[in-house]
Design a protein around this ligand. Sequence first.
Ligand code: A3P
Length: 287
Amino acid sequence: MSDIYYNYKGTLFSPVATSAEDLSFVENEFQVLDDDIFNITYPKSGTSWMIEILSLILKNGDPTWIKTVPNWERAPWLEIVGCAKNLQLSKERPRLITSHLPRHIFTKTFEGSNAKVIYTIRDPKDTAVSLYYFSKMYVCYKDPNSIDDFLKDYLVGNLSRGSWFSHVKGWMKLMGQDNFMFHTYEDLQKDLRGSVMKICKFLGKELDDKAVDSVVANVSFENMKENNMSNFTRLPNHFMDLDKSPFMRKGIVGDWKNHFTVAQNEYFDKIYKAEMQDFPVKFPWDE
Ligand code: A3P
């Protein structure tokens, strides 16, 4: 384990981003409300894309909110230092809440509530590439020397928020519950409008065609890259060094093919197969 992280119940976290006390508060004391909407992801799976989509759906397609309020205030990260306590005081309803927490340490009061979870999953190879670049520019993550070194940590979960495999397997246990919906980053790429409509249905929101058009247009990669409430350019450079890599980097499917060697790809496939062979759901990248 790297000394930039500490271990909370088997998962690594950066002390710059969150303390064990914050995590314990989230896990044991945070009060989930029935109308809460949780945007849950493993890091770099499309979290900020989903914040943008949900923000616009909640405002019936009106872009004022996404153009005037940073995404971390619209949908705060539950486990980041102080956020859960602030959320507890928030009068905003419904609360839009983001989290990268694995299921086993998620807040206990979620159990039995009607709060809704939207879980976005991305091809773990593209997630790895995105996370590799992000780790080079984000102060809270260990800077990987090379993709090779990074993959060794990634594939065993020796990094912030732990393993992609246990994250996905943990959250997907909720499959079949009325208040749980999952989809993939690849679904969003393939049919953004259809995905937005599915999310509206899940949330019980009825948007007319014009409102859906506005959601779709405003969440394009190009528009989000230009929106300084969503592209993280408002954060200080020592926290996220966007000169090393922009947050809105490429936004494509299959970038791993530009990065992995044949040997790295074979190594990845071997571990993926061992971890996921009995998994009941097949994802777009499994085909
Ligand atoms: P890349 O690094 O592959 O470009 P997260 O928000 O979970 O941190 O994920 C960030 C990743 O999602 C980045 O991937 C980013 O470019 C991509 N992303 C964000 N908004 C997007 C959008 N509107 N369309 C496509 N990809 C988007």
